[in-house]
Design a protein around this ligand. Structure first.
Ligand code: NAI
Length: 319
């Protein structure tokens, strides 16, 4: 039998946490043959709720779940973890300036970065979900210099999946037949969802999305704004943020990173820039990537049409 993998979820008592932990315990993230031990961190005001989640995990009797650590202590939470999904944080609220959110997240991510750096398993893979996701990942990277930069990523897979979903609805095709959209930039409304290399698997072979969707005005307009503003649309409809799809996409991100992307397919991940596409080196930026043997590689040569630099949000330059 395989050794259990320890997976940390911060903010585990929150909405995304509640959707995410059962997916991990069912094998959606790492495979249905991979036992897991869940580490859940939240803050003291949420300790009771966190314990309630732990009780439900016990009650669900997940065969793959070999243990649960539920704690408000960052060191205990980070000890020995192989994968860290950072969902806890301080999102921007109405009336708050960006710099106020930044200073709160700097202190949170500074502390959690040191706990991970000192106590996580070697080669721990980190996925930051909490907004501002790219910036929080950058803060974590700055304060955990001994964690390899390639191990610190942020979630733009939800935006990627949203783009696949919009194309599949427009063309009335299965979403699993659509691939190779790209999300460039930040997980925010400044991102650029790009379909210029996306294809659909049809009875007549693989066809470019641009050829099948004859409506260029839609592709260049409504499609882009729908993907960029989908998070706000979900909040308006549900009065809560998009927890189910965020949790599912976080599982997709880690699964593809650890187990590899299918041949001929790329996915979008927020990763540290090596200068590809003239994105300044060291920023956390969403690129098309392929994954193999637990490592991501930025796909080159997809920039014939656009200029991702213009979509960089100034907040990414805070370091
Ligand atoms: P939520 O408010 O329901 O849950 C957040 C949880 O984090 C709460 O339980 C809170 O107590 C906890 N928390 C706060 N500070 C913490 C700290 N220092 N350490 C540990 N836990 C802490 O929020 P929800 O809906 O679960 O969203 C979580 C984050 O994910 C938000 O920042 C949201 O903006 C972001 N998000 C990102 C998406 C992406 O695609 N990257 C998509 C959807 C949401």
């Amino acid at each position: 039998a395989k050794e259990p993998v320890r997976v940390l979820v911060t903010g585990a008592a929150g909405q995304i946490g509640y959707a995410l932990v059962p997916m991990i315990a069912r094998g959606v993230m790492l495979g249905t043959d991979q036992p897991v031990i869940l580490h859940m961190l939240d803050i003291p005001p949420a300790a009771e709720a966190l314990n309630g989640v732990k009780m439900e995990l016990v009650d669900a009797a997940f065969p793959l779940l070999k243990g649960v650590v539920a704690t408000t202590d960052a060191v205990e939470a980070c000890t020995g973890v192989n994968i860290a999904v950072m969902v806890g944080g301080f999102p921007r609220k109405e009336g708050m300036e960006r710099k106020d959110v930044m200073s709160k997240n700097v202190s949170i991510y500074k502390a959690q970065a040191s706990a991970l750096e000192q106590h996580a398993a070697p080669n721990c893979k980190v996925l930051v979900v909490a907004n501002p996701a790219n910036t929080n990942a950058l803060i974590l990277k700055e304060f955990a210099p001994s964690i390899p930069a390639k191990n610190i990523t942020c979630l733009t897979r939800l935006d990627h999946n949203r783009a696949l979903g919009q194309i599949s609805e427009k063309l009335n095709v299965q979403v699993s037949d659509v691939k190779n959209v790209i999300i460039w930039g930040n997980h925010s409304s400044s991102q650029y969802p790009d379909v210029n290399h996306a294809t659909v698997n049809t009875a007549a072979g693989e066809k470019p999305v641009r050829e099948l969707v004859k409506d260029d005005a839609w592709l260049n307009g409504e499609f882009i704004t729908t993907v960029q503003q989908r998070g706000a649309a979900i909040i308006k409809a549900r009065k809560l943020s998009s927890a189910l799809s965020a949790a599912s996409s976080a599982c997709d991100h880690i699964r593809d990173w650890v187990l590899g992307t299918p041949e001929g397919t790329w996915v979008s991940m927020g990763v540290y820039s090596d200068g590809s596409y003239n994105v300044p080196a060291g920023l956390i930026y969403s690129f098309p990537v392929t994954c193999r043997n637990g490592e991501w590689t930025i796909v080159q040569g997809t920039d014939a049409i656009l200029y991702p630099m213009s979509f960089l949000s100034p907040i990414a330059f805070c370091f």
